[in-house]
Design a protein around this ligand. Structure first.
Ligand SMILES: [Zn+2]
Length: 82
């Protein structure tokens, strides 16, 4: 499991998918079951446009544990340095 640390990139809702770097990870928490997962921005780039705001991305994510798709929360993290 990769090591990540939480960072503050400023107002995350102003961030666009295209602004995330390779070392960034999105921590997604499910509103319903609290399931948490780490998402590679590269994978999202294949599905969504570069200028998609994280705010809008939250509404498109589906929890892999329970299938919930509302009120899921994205936090931006980055891979810990070696
Ligand atoms: Zn869930």
């Amino acid at each position: 499991m990769e090591q990540i640390e939480n960072i503050n990139l400023g107002p995350r809702y102003a961030l666009r998918l295209g602004e995330l770097q390779r070392w960034h990870r999105l921590r997604v928490t499910c509103f319903r079951c609290r399931h948490e997962s780490s998402v590679d921005p590269e994978k999202l780039r294949r599905r969504f446009r570069e200028h998609t705001l994280l705010r809008d991305l939250e509404k498109k994510l589906v929890c892999t544990a329970c299938g919930n798709r509302v009120y899921n929360v994205i936090r931006v993290a980055r891979l810990a340095r070696d």
